[in-house]
Design a protein around this ligand. Sequence first.
Ligand SMILES: [Zn+2]
Length: 249
Amino acid sequence: MKPSAALTTRLLLVACALLTATAAAQRGPAPDPLVKENATVKLAEHAHVIPDNSVPMVPNVGIVIGSRATLVIDPGMGRRNGETVLREVAKASRNTDLYIATTHFHVEHTTGALAFPATARYVNSKVQEADFAEGGAQHAQAWLSAFDVFDQMRPRTIVPAHGPVGDGSILAVNRAIMQGVQTRARQLKAQGRSADVAAMTVQTEFQAQYPSWPRANGLLAAARAAYAEAPQETSSRDRRPTHSIRRRI
Ligand SMILES: [Zn+2]
């Protein structure tokens, strides 16, 4: 590593440490990761949410009530939260047929299922199964394709896995961030930066650019995914005409 590159890396690490410390000082001690009781909000005829109030390790819990069964999306972390979710579900409907789905594999989106009766059915897609198997590896390109699908649905209300519930404009913001992460990660890879340095750089830059974005903790993983998916850079020597050709010109 050249001295200048080493220096850049060190400066980035310091910058990250400062950012983290500032954020922690502003937030104070983290609240307990508990799904809030009696806090369910009706979003539409059949759709409810228990908002996360931006508490870390608490998801927005979705409750979709059908004529025969109820679907719970992201049942919270562990048995205690799962029990809270079940009490909220019982207040909203008498359906005893329960289905569970999760937005992604993290503990706060899955393990609340422990509290659910054995008859509850866990619904999982093949893509998500593969994700579980890989330990939640992210796929930046797959995210961007998913945004296209969501766009076609013209959603009125969006419940993200974490953070404030909002209107369709959430999609554009997330797409812009993900595209930005992908572009920057590709750039850094083309410049020959390592995956670690590139991911750290992307995280630092995007945290500074979008300080209030609730998914800042996902930037590192998204950047790594974008980096891994970026085409291998052909070395600059391969792109230049060879010496002999130049001599002939
Ligand atoms: Zn989460």
